[in-house]
Structures are given as structure tokens and as C-alpha cells.
Design a protein around this ligand. Structure first.
Ligand code: AHR
Length: 327
């Protein structure tokens, strides 16, 4: 996958570059790396932009400092990928007072006044979680295990991030609909491979082979969890001891889905560069962009036992991963 519509020079008629300050969450995952690359590729000098890129290392205080710095530098636009949803009112008011439009990307902000930001584009994280839970339900039924007692552990993302809130909520909704599903524990893996592994090691010590399903809230957590499960002598996969579910569908995540280590991988698309640029181009023309825009995303599985899932009355195709899908 790649940005395909990059490349229109939008610099203004006097030839000045459009100055964009981007506060990025960090570099915690493969998804994040792809997202940063997408933003850098789109907001290049040859496309008419001067990009000031700030990596906040997963700390909100660093993001607030970066936004204040962008205001001081009098950028034309501030783009924020917020680490968590809350705590933005003050600094976004400062940007508004300075007359700088703020575009939120990826995760959402939870603010008292929606007028504190201009537009948002990102994923429907709760829908992603509901798709995953719907697949688990359909898979277990197709495998003749619909009535079995199922124990699930949730390795959550960064607590308070939209991606964690939505994916956890989607799973909880599924658990609430099944009296035979038990959510043994929810604990954060901070969206990183190292923490995913560490958390899984301790869950295995606590619950051992009682665990049937490991619901990882991103691919990097899944990579760490799989390492821990295999090191403890268990087999992952639909024909193994534990089913691993994941989100993102990065290249490495889909490769693990193709091999069967990850049974279900729900896409979270990171290629937001051109989507943010569309918002900026709309504003440059003096028009009003959509306030909120969800990205369409797919579902990838190891096998073909569940061709589609239904969530809130809508059907979503489940694609069996092949090498061509990854390429
Ligand atoms: O907000 C998107 C999430 O953040 C991705 O699922 C994850 O990999 C990243 O760290």
C-alpha cells in the first residue's frame, strides 16, 4: 500500500511554502512509522510545504510543548495526532486565539468545544473492535465451538487513546453478548512489542493454558505476545492452543496472518498524509472541509471459514490473506 495521490504543488502564488507543524505521537509501532512516512512524503518541499515534524515520544506534555512552539513559529496549519483523547482544551484554545487552524488526525480529541479544532480524519476504532468480536463469534460457530467456554485476555493499547478506547469497547460489547465468553483480564501493552511480550509473559504465568484468545490491540503487541506464547511452549493459531487477534494489518502483521500465527487482523489504515492534505487544500480554497471523516478499512483472516461479518446491520467482507494481498 502507498500514498498514490501525492504531488500537487499547493504553495501560494507568491511561491511561499505552506508551513505545517505536525505533532506526532511517537514511534511506538510499525503503523506509526508508516504514518510518519506518509505525512513526510505528502508534506514535502517539492509539494509546496515546509513541514516541522515533532516526535512526542508518547508523552502528552511533549505534544503540548510542540503545539506552543508551532504557534510561536506562526505556522499556517497545526496537525495533531493526539496520544490520548483528553487534556487538549487549553492548548487548542491558544492555537485558536492565534488564528491557526488545527487538524486532528488518527486518534480523536475529547474537548469541551468542537470549535477548538477545524477537522478530523481517522479510523472508527470501535467499529474495528466490533468487527473483530463479530469474526470471533462467527469463527467459533463455524468451527462447532459456539457453545464452548472461551477465555479471552485483552492486551490493550495506550490507555486513554481512541484506538484503545474503541477496540476495548468493541470487544466488551462482544463479551456482553456471549454468556460463555469470559474476559479474564484487560491490561495495557502500550502499543509496543516489548510491552506486549512482557505482559503476555505475566498473563501466561497467571492463567497458563486457560487462555483461549489473545486480543492484541495492535500488531506490535501481537508480535511480542506470540514470542511469549511460543517461548512458553504453546502453539498459536486456529489449530493451536491460543488464537491471536490483532489490529493494523501492517506488512509484518499480514505476514504473520498468512502464516497463521495471527488468526484475524483488522485493518487500521495509516496513510493519512494525502487525507490531511485534502483538508488543507479545501481550506486554502476558502471552503469548509468535513468536520469528521472516517477511513474505510478491511478485515483479513488466516482462513476462509468466515467470508463476512455483520456489525450494526452492515456486512463487511473478510479477506483471506494471500501473498498478493501483502504485496
Ligand atoms: O492510533 C492508531 C494506533 O496507534 C495503531 O493501531 C497503533 O499501531 C498505533 O500505535
Amino acid at each position: 500500500k502507498s500514498d498514490s495521490t501525492v504531488g500537487t504543488d499547493v504553495s501560494n502564488s507568491s511561491g511561499d511554502l505552506i508551513k505545517v507543524g505536525f505533532s506526532q505521537v511517537g514511534a511506538e509501532s510499525d503503523w506509526r512509522t508508516a504514518n510518519s512516512e506518509s505525512m513526510k512524503k505528502t508534506f514535502s518541499e517539492e509539494n509546496g510545504y515546509e513541514l516541522i515534524f515533532d516526535d512526542a515520544q508518547q508523552k502528552q506534555e511533549n505534544q503540548i510543548a510542540a503545539i506552543r512552539n508551532f504557534i510561536q513559529q506562526d505556522v499556517d496549519y497545526i496537525v495533531l495526532a493526539p496520544v490520548t483523547e483528553t487534556g487538549w482544551d487549553t492548548v487548542l484554545q491558544e492555537a485558536k486565539d492565534a488564528g491557526i487552524p488545527v487538524i486532528i488526525v488518527d486518534r480523536m480529541v475529547n474537548v469541551s468545544d468542537e470549535g477548538l479544532y477545524t477537522a478530523w480524519v481517522g479510523s472508527n476504532f470501535e467499529l474495528e473492535g466490533k468487527k473483530a468480536a463479530a469474526w470471533l463469534d462467527a469463527y467459533l460457530k463455524a468451527a462447532g465451538k459456539g457453545e464452548d467456554s472461551i477465555n479471552i485476555v485483552d492486551i490493550q493499547g495506550t490507555i486513554g487513546a481512541s484506538a484503545q478506547i474503541g477496540r476495548t469497547a468493541g470487544l466488551e460489547a462482544g463479551v456482553n453478548e456471549h454468556s460463555n465468553w469470559t474476559l479474564l483480564v484487560k491490561t495495557t501493552g502500550e502499543f509496543t512489542q516489548a510491552k506486549g511480550q512482557e505482559v503476555m509473559e505475566s498473563l501466561l504465568k497467571q492463567y497458563g493454558d486457560k487462555i483461549d484468545v489473545v486480543y492484541c490491540e495492535n500488531d506490535n503487541e501481537a508480535f511480542g505476545a506470540i514470542d511469549a506464547i511460543e517461548a512458553a511452549g504453546y502453539k498459536v493459531g486456529l489449530d493451536g492452543d491460543m488464537i491471536v487477534m490483532s489490529f493494523d494489518s501492517t506488512n509484518a502483521g499480514l505476514t504473520d496472518t498468512l502464516s497463521g500465527k495471527i488468526s484475524l487482523n483488522t485493518e487500521c489504515n495509516p496513510l493519512h498524509g494525502t487525507r490531511v492534505e485534502e483538508i488543507i487544500k479545501t481550506l486554502e480554497k476558502g471552503e469548509t472541509p468535513d468536520k469528521k471523516k472516517y477511513v474505510e478499512e478491511e478485515i483479513f483472516s488466516f482462513d476462509n471459514s468466515v467470508p463476512s461479518v455483520t456489525v450494526d446491520g452492515t456486512d463487511y467482507t473478510v479477506t483471506q490473506v494471500t501473498q498478493e494481498v501483502i504485496d
